[in-house]
Design a protein around this ligand. Structure first.
Ligand code: NAG
Ligand code: NAG
Ligand code: NAG
Ligand code: NAG
Ligand code: NAG
Ligand code: NAG
Ligand code: NAG
Ligand code: NAG
Length: 319
C-alpha cells in the first residue's frame, strides 16, 4: 500500500517535471532554425537576396542577420526583418518560435492570413506588421497573447471589427490599426489607440476617456458620430493627444477640461461641432496644438488669461 502510494507520488512528480520543462525538452534551437528555414523556403520575391546572403545555412541561426537569441535559453528571442521588400507568407511553423519576444516585419510585402499557430508565441510583447498586405479579419486569438504590449497592424488589408477578446490583453499599450478596413464600434481598452482612416461608426464610448493609462487617442478619418462628454478627462487622466478630426462628431466643445492638464494636442477639425469656443481651453497649460477648423463654431470667448496663453504657448489652427 505504502509502496503504491510512493510510486503514485513519484509519477506525479515526474509528470510535473515534464510539464514544467516541456518547452525545453521537446523543442530547442533546432526547432527555431527549422521554423526560420521554412519562412525562407516559402519566399516568393527577395530582390536584395537577403535570405541567401544573410542567413547562410552553415552558420548558427543566432548569428543570422535580424535574429537575436536570448542568452539564458539560447533560443530565438527577436526577429527583425523590416524594409527588405520581401514577398512571403507567414508559415504555421513560425508559431514554433515559442521564445519570441519581438517580431518586426514592417514594410515588406507579406500577405495572406496570420496563422493561428501564432497563439503559441505566448512570450510575445512587441509585434509590428505594419505596411504589408496582410488580409482577413483581425484575429480574435490576439486575446490569448497576454504579454503583448505593442500591436501594430497599420496599413494592411485587415477587415472586420475589433474583437472583444482584446480587452483581455491587459498589458497592451499601443494598438495601431490605422489604414485598414476596420469597422464597427470602438473597444474600451489600451494606452495608445490609433484606429485612423478606417470605417469606425457610432459614438465614442465615454468610458474610453476614463481609462487612466490612456495617453493618445487617434480616430482621425472615420465615421464616428455623437457627442463628446462634458468633462473630457477624469482626475487620473494622463491623456496627451486627442485626435478626432474628420468624423461626424457634433455638439458643443467640452467645457469641463479641468482634469485634462496633460493635454498637448487637441484636434477636432472637420467635424460638425457648434457653439462657442470657451476660454476654458486657455487654462490647459500644456496645450501646444489646437485644431478647430471646418466646424460650425460661433464666436470665440477668450479671457485675458487665455489670449496670453494663445499668443505665447500654442498654435491655434482653424484651417
Ligand atoms: C534538438 O533536439 C533534437 C531532438 O528533439 C536533437 O536531435 C537535436 O540534436 C537537438 N539540437 C540541439 C542543438 O540541441
Ligand atoms: C538563393 O540561392 C539558391 C541557390 O543557392 C537559388 O536557387 C535561389 O534562386 C536563390 N534565391 C534567391 C531569392 O535569390
Ligand atoms: C512546428 O510547427 C509545425 C506546424 O505548426 C508542426 O507540424 C511541427 O511539428 C513543428 N515542428 C517542430 C520541430 O516543433
Ligand atoms: C513599427 O511600425 C511603425 C510604422 O507604423 C514604425 O514607424 C515603427 O518605427 C516600427 N517599429 C517600431 C520599433 O516601433
Ligand atoms: C500603405 O502601404 C503601401 C505599400 O504597402 C503604400 O504604397 C501606401 O502608400 C501606404 N499608404 C499610406 C497612406 O502610407
Ligand atoms: C478572457 O480571458 C478569460 C480567462 O482568461 C476567458 O475566460 C474569456 O473567455 C476571455 N474573453 C475573451 C473575450 O476572449
Ligand atoms: C469614470 O470613473 C469613475 C470612477 O472610476 C466612475 O465613477 C465614473 O462613472 C466613470 N465614468 C464613465 C463615463 O465611465
Ligand atoms: C469637472 O470635472 C471634474 C472631474 O473631471 C469634477 O470633479 C468637477 O466636479 C467637474 N466640474 C463641474 C462644474 O462639473
Amino acid at each position: 500500500m505504502e509502496k503504491a502510494f510512493t510510486t503514485f507520488l513519484l509519477t506525479l512528480l515526474w509528470l510535473h517535471y515534464v510539464m514544467v520543462n516541456s518547452d525545453m525538452t521537446q523543442t530547442n534551437i533546432t526547432t527555431d532554425q527549422l521554423a526560420l528555414l521554412y519562412l525562407k523556403s516559402q519566399i516568393i520575391s527577395d530582390p536584395f537576396h537577403f535570405f541567401n546572403e544573410s542567413w547562410p545555412p552553415a552558420t548558427s541561426v543566432c548569428h543570422w542577420v535580424g535574429v537575436t537569441c536570448g542568452s539564458r535559453h539560447q533560443r530565438v528571442k527577436s526577429l527583425h526583418l523590416s524594409n527588405m521588400a520581401l514577398t512571403d507568407r507567414i508559415p504555421r511553423e513560425l508559431g514554433n518560435l515559442t521564445f519570441l519576444v519581438s517580431l518586426d516585419m514592417e514594410r515588406n510585402n507579406f500577405h495572406g492570413n496570420l496563422p493561428q499557430e501564432m497563439t503559441h508565441l505566448h512570450r510575445l510583447k512587441f509585434l509590428n506588421l505594419s505596411f504589408n498586405r496582410f488580409s482577413g479579419e483581425v484575429p480574435s486569438w490576439f486575446g490569448l497573447l497576454h504579454q503583448l504590449q505593442v500591436l501594430n497592424l497599420g496599413n494592411n488589408s485587415f477587415t472586420g471589427s475589433i474583437p472583444s477578446s482584446f480587452s483581455n490583453i491587459s498589458k497592451l499599450e499601443t494598438l495601431n490599426l490605422k489604414l485598414n478596413s476596420i469597422e464597427g464600434q470602438i473597444p474600451k481598452v489600451i494606452g495608445i489607440l490609433s484606429i485612423q482612416v478606417n470605417q469606425l461608426m457610432g459614438s465614442i464610448p465615454f468610458t474610453i476617456f476614463n481609462i487612466s493609462r490612456i495617453k493618445v487617442i487617434a480616430f482621425v478619418e472615420n465615421s464616428l458620430s455623437g457627442y463628446l462628454p462634458y468633462g473630457l478627462c477624469n482626475d487620473l487622466s494622463i491623456i496627451k493627444g486627442l485626435y478626432l478630426s474628420t468624423n461626424k462628431l457634433r455638439g458643443h466643445m467640452p467645457t469641463n477640461l479641468s482634469s485634462c492638464s496633460q493635454l498637448q494636442i487637441l484636434s477636432l477639425s472637420d467635424n460638425e461641432f457648434d457653439g462657442p469656443i470657451h476660454s476654458e481651453i486657455g487654462r490647459l497649460s500644456n496645450l501646444q496644438m489646437l485644431y478647430l477648423g471646418f466646424n460650425h463654431f460661433k464666436g470665440i470667448f477668450l479671457s485675458y488669461e487665455c489670449s496670453y496663453v494663445i499668443a505665447s504657448k500654442f498654435y491655434f489652427i482653424t484651417q
